[in-house]
Design a protein around this ligand. Structure first.
Ligand SMILES: [Zn+2]
Ligand SMILES: [Zn+2]
Length: 114
């Protein structure tokens, strides 16, 4: 399978080539602020199962002072969240894809927006 993803302006594009793992809706305060939305849907994808197909040099990284765990990645032209990787895997913002698994579970619901 090949599941293409892209940012809003289309300058950053990527492909996921395996079934995404751990599809979840994250309600944590950082995801809410980062996406300016009630929650953010993320997948976990192994390093080998994602490749950027365009615009990787347009990616800007933001390390939140609220968490040592996560560096956010976004398109420097349009601001869309794009996949960010750590030592273990990619975190893929599912909204950049037009198809994918139904998210389950809801996580960090203690922080959810009213
Ligand atoms: Zn963009
Ligand atoms: Zn979150």
């Amino acid at each position: 399978m090949t599941n293409p993803g892209r940012c809003l302006c289309g300058s950053v594009t990527w492909e996921v080539t395996a079934e995404p793992q751990s599809p979840s809706n994250c309600h944590c305060g950082m995801c809410r602020k980062s996406h300016c939305a009630a929650f953010a849907t993320y997948w976990t994808v192994a390093h080998a199962d994602l490749r950027f197909t365009g615009g990787a040099t347009n990616i800007v990284l933001y390390k939140s002072s609220a968490s040592d765990l996560l560096t956010r990645a976004f398109c420097g032209a349009c601001g869309s969240a794009v996949p960010n990787g750590d030592d273990e895997a990619w975190s893929v913002p599912a909204g950049g894809h037009d198809d994918g698994p139904v998210p389950d579970p809801e996580i960090f619901v203690a922080s959810q927006a009213p």
